[in-house]
Design a binder for this molecule. Structure first.
Ligand code: PEP
Length: 249
């Protein structure tokens, strides 16, 4: 049985005031006990969120990390620093990082390993562009991104990763993959995971991300291989985020 995970990704948005207002809303309205909720926050807000959410069933995560543990890497943040500030998760390989900051599969692997070494759970993001989908290359692209990391991990490391399928053409565009399109890719991801180990494939959580919102979450989350959501824009509105959590409950 895979516990659904609804992870909000605030991207470079929000404020300390928003952290506090989410904490108040979560405390007043609650989160379904059958769902795990997490917020991937800008790093400067994590420590304050750790305090504000101390009594709440909401996990915290970073949006990126650097693969080195410490040193002369001005501006970068290590896995252990995220952990110190309350993060349990960290996004790795988000398409915005791949596209805008040039993170390739080798860098993504190094960051996944750094996260695991610091006892964080990496949320590995994979997804195809519209051009790749139109060329019939969706599965080749996402399975390639998955294999670039999973081939290089030990068995016990693989089971500590969460995978998020995020079609690039659906991120922040208002255009969502249909439940059937998403399910097809999730099933292919799970089948690939089974080539490492059927038990791994059965237990690993696969999230869908790409314009998930209150209005479409229920049908996406009802798909057999969709175990939760990575939610960008809609995670900035506490009503929407809580409604998505309800849909998963
Ligand atoms: C994301 O940033 O991971 C994402 C899925 O964004 P949105 O929900 O806004 O498409």
């Amino acid at each position: 049985m895979r516990t659904p995970l609804i992870a909000g990704n605030w991207k470079m948005n929000g404020s300390l005031a928003l952290v506090d207002s989410f904490a108040r809303a979560f405390a007043e309205r609650g989160i379904p006990a059958t769902v795990e909720a997490a917020l991937m926050l800008p790093a400067p807000y994590l420590y304050a969120a750790r305090q504000a959410f101390a009594e709440l069933p909401v996990a915290l995560g970073g949006q990126t990390l650097y693969h080195q543990t410490s040193g002369a890497f001005t501006g970068e943040v290590s896995a252990s620093m995220l952990g110190d500030c309350g993060a349990r998760y960290v996004l790795v390989g988000h398409s915005e990082r791949r596209e805008l900051f040039g993170e390739d599969d080798a860098e993504v692997l190094a960051r996944v390993k750094a996260a695991l070494a610091a006892e964080l759970t990496p949320v590995l993001c994979v997804g195809e562009t519209l051009e790749e989908r139109d060329a019939g290359r969706t599965e080749a692209v996402v399975l390639g991104q998955l294999a670039a990391v999973f081939d290089a991990l030990a068995a016990d490391e693989r089971s500590r990763v969460v995978v998020a399928y995020e079609p690039v053409w659906a991120i922040g565009t208002g255009r969502t993959a249909t439940p059937e399109q998403a399910q097809q890719v999730h099933a292919a991801l799970r089948a690939h995971l089974a080539t490492y180990d059927p038990t791994l494939a059965e237990g690993l959580r696969l999230l869908y991300g790409g314009s998930m919102k209150a209005a479409n979450a229920a049908e996406l989350l009802a798909q057999p291989d969709i175990d939760g959501g990575l939610v960008g824009g809609a995670s900035l509105q506490v009503d929407d985020f809580l409604a998505i959590c309800q849909s998963a409950g």
